[in-house]
Design a binder for this molecule. Structure first.
Ligand SMILES: Cc1ncc(C[n+]2csc(CCOP(=O)(O)OP(=O)(O)O)c2C)c(N)n1
Ligand SMILES: [Mg+2]
Length: 282
């Protein structure tokens, strides 16, 4: 008998570079979804995924679930649209650091305000990889590329701090190399009621090779709930520039606030009755 995890694979040829950390992220996602389906938390047909454009986004082709292969930077609005169309679906967005923090930045901030009931997974390789390695908002200073031969002179943003400031209700960082812990974090993120954000550190073997050892600096933290001070101090431990010291990974912050579906009575009704808009009798 085929396992749930096997049913999540597709026959598309995988075109990531050999050894790319995206393979590890794909494995973590498959393990998480298979567990959630086996536990009857959701059904395979009730999962919808959205991807941006980039190396990360190819994950869309390798997962046998429904969804929408979007535009660069527009993962969150598309996912929000799916959620508004049918709040009974489990919606997961896959974004790159370029995708989420450059062109898609404004959506990220507003997602915190809306508290849309979805998960955003950011594959953060500190580079625009698919377009051959230009620097993104999380690239470290000094990174040399074709467009900045003298090196990146801008300071990276810290997406964890930005998420905390934006009111995002579930914030975590994972290390792509640690499949088991990433799967554990993804499971908690998908089970969270509200907007959950999982930033996955993913070295790029081809372009930002200065950061290739970054996974080795990570250490696991204990899951935090809504201690904002603790979350801020964890976020401050790594500034995305430093190649020394320690990088915490784990659930940095989790709090309960009404999600978009809870706040909007018609969406709550659709969820309660487990129906779509056309079956909603008013
Ligand atoms: C609207 C739009 N702007 C820009 C691009 C060009 N583009 C395609 S992929 C990409 C880089 C993606 O980088 P990131 O989101 O970090 O993903 P990665 O390839 O690193 O996984 C860019 C800039 C595009 N396809 N569409
Ligand atoms: Mg990238």
């Amino acid at each position: 008998m085929t396992s749930t995890k096997e049913r999540l694979r597709t026959d598309f040829e995988i075109t990531w570079c050999p050894g790319c950390y995206n393979f590890m992220i794909l494995e973590s996602v498959k393990r998480t979804l298979a567990k959630l389906i086996d536990e009857k938390f959701t059904k395979q047909e009730d999962i919808a995924i959205v991807a941006g454009i980039g190396c990360h986004a190819k994950i869309f082709d390798y997962l046998n679930v429904s969804g929408f292969y979007g535009l660069h930077g527009r993962v969150i609005p598309i996912a929000t649209g799916i959620k508004l169309g049918n709040p009974n679906l489990k919606v997961i967005g896959f974004s790159g650091d370029g995708d989420a923090y450059s062109e898609g930045m404004e959506h990220f901030i507003h997602a915190g305000r809306f508290n849309t009931n979805m998960t955003l997974v950011v594959h953060d390789n500190q580079a625009f990889a698919l377009t051959t390695g230009q620097p993104t908002p999380t690239t470290q200073e000094g990174y040399k590329s074709k467009i900045e031969p003298q090196g990146e002179h801008n300071t990276p943003i810290n997406p964890i701090k930005l998420a905390l400031a934006s009111g995002i209700t579930f914030i975590a960082r994972a290390n792509s190399n640690d499949i088991e812990n990433t799967a554990r974090i993804l499971e908690q993120a998908i089970k969270h009621n509200g907007f959950s954000f999982v930033e996955i550190i993913q070295p790029c073997l081809q372009f930002n090779t200065d950061m290739i050892e970054i996974g080795k600096l990570t250490y696991k933290t204990e899951d935090n709930k809504d201690d904002m001070k603790k979350a801020l101090s964890l976020a401050d431990e790594w500034d995305y520039n430093n190649k020394k010291g320690k990088i915490p990974v784990g659930i940095f912050y989790q709090t309960q606030k009404p999600s978009l579906d809870d706040k909007w009575n018609l969406l709550s009704e659709l969820k309660k009755k487990k129906v779509g808009w056309k079956n909603l009798k008013r």
